[in-house]
Design a binder for this molecule. Sequence first.
Ligand SMILES: NC(=O)c1ccc[n+]([C@@H]2O[C@H](COP(=O)([O-])OP(=O)(O)OC[C@H]3O[C@@H](n4cnc5c(N)ncnc54)[C@H](OP(=O)(O)O)[C@@H]3O)[C@@H](O)[C@H]2O)c1
Length: 332
Amino acid sequence: MKIGILGATGAVGRQMLECIEERNIEADEIRLFASARSAGKTMKYKGTDLVIQEATPEALQGLDYVLGAVSNAFSRQYAPLIKAAGAVYIDNSSAFRLEDDVPLVVPEINGEDALKHNGIIANPNCSTIITMMAAAPIARISPIKKITATTFQAVSGAGIGGLQELNSQVQAIHDGKEPEIKVFPQQIAFNCIAEIGSYNENGYTAEEMKMQNEGRRILHEPELKVNCTCVRVPVMRSHSIAVTLRTERKVSVEEAKAAVAAFPGVRLIEDYEGRCYPTPLDTTDQDLVWVGRIRDDLTDERGLTLWCCGDQIRKGAASNAVQILKYLAERT
Ligand SMILES: NC(=O)c1ccc[n+]([C@@H]2O[C@H](COP(=O)([O-])OP(=O)(O)OC[C@H]3O[C@@H](n4cnc5c(N)ncnc54)[C@H](OP(=O)(O)O)[C@@H]3O)[C@@H](O)[C@H]2O)c1
């Protein structure tokens, strides 16, 4: 199997290369692509140096899969070249996520959708993946009709530039200087910003609407209603989400806990170092979504409330994409 990584030098692309190595994906060849700025530089894979190249139609020839970790605009630009070269494109941007012939896949939840692809498979939004991993075990007991969610999103969700911005602002404040704002709409150091993505006419941001639009496709619930508020917080890595959901019939707390504990890719937290909830630091640099504080919703007799955390660069992006690749490779 020959695999390409587009955007290999970014936060997600780097993690993809690591995931391929740690999951022992049998790759005969790995080709790394990034912008012209990175061409000629190298990255380590299994102790050898792989040279980064530009993604030209010629350089893409002969690949079986390309994992995409670039912006929407670049994804749209490269997808036709990747398809023309005969490779399956597993994309992390939001460029194709709502297109009917593009499966939107979280392997533990709707892996079989991946088999119906037409050359492109989309990886869902990072907060959506983490939330759906926590919600899916409960949805298997009784369909989820409504979700209210507030996200607490790490700066690395905005890529390497987001990490640099938090670090440089903290340093500037420490040095008594004015923090420079480039990536986020407000100062993120020692702050919270309730604005991720552009505003829609309904007052919600594009990032907030992803949870409903994508959640419907992942859970196969076309009428699912989601009310989401996305907040950027000064955390390096791992998103957290406070989730309240309403099921068709009442699911008890005990039923929900048993389902979450049994679901692949999820870890129920009831007594972890003396507490019943995870933190972003707990879930950084590992693949499980940790779910805690499952309790009844006091405002809705069919509701449940929970707290979940997951590494958005891993399960929210790179690991999920590598899982999709593995799922397909084992079945086609
Ligand atoms: N970060 C997350 O937690 C996360 C989670 C889920 C989904 N995503 C999505 O994943 C994608 C990548 O995000 P990221 O956070 O990894 O971004 P990033 O850290 O900013 O990396 C961007 C990548 O795009 C490459 N690139 C820029 N211009 C290019 C060009 N003209 N041709 C080819 N490659 C080019 C960059 O290469 P150079 O180094 O050469 O500039 C770099 O490898 C985005 O669509 C993002 O929305 C991110």
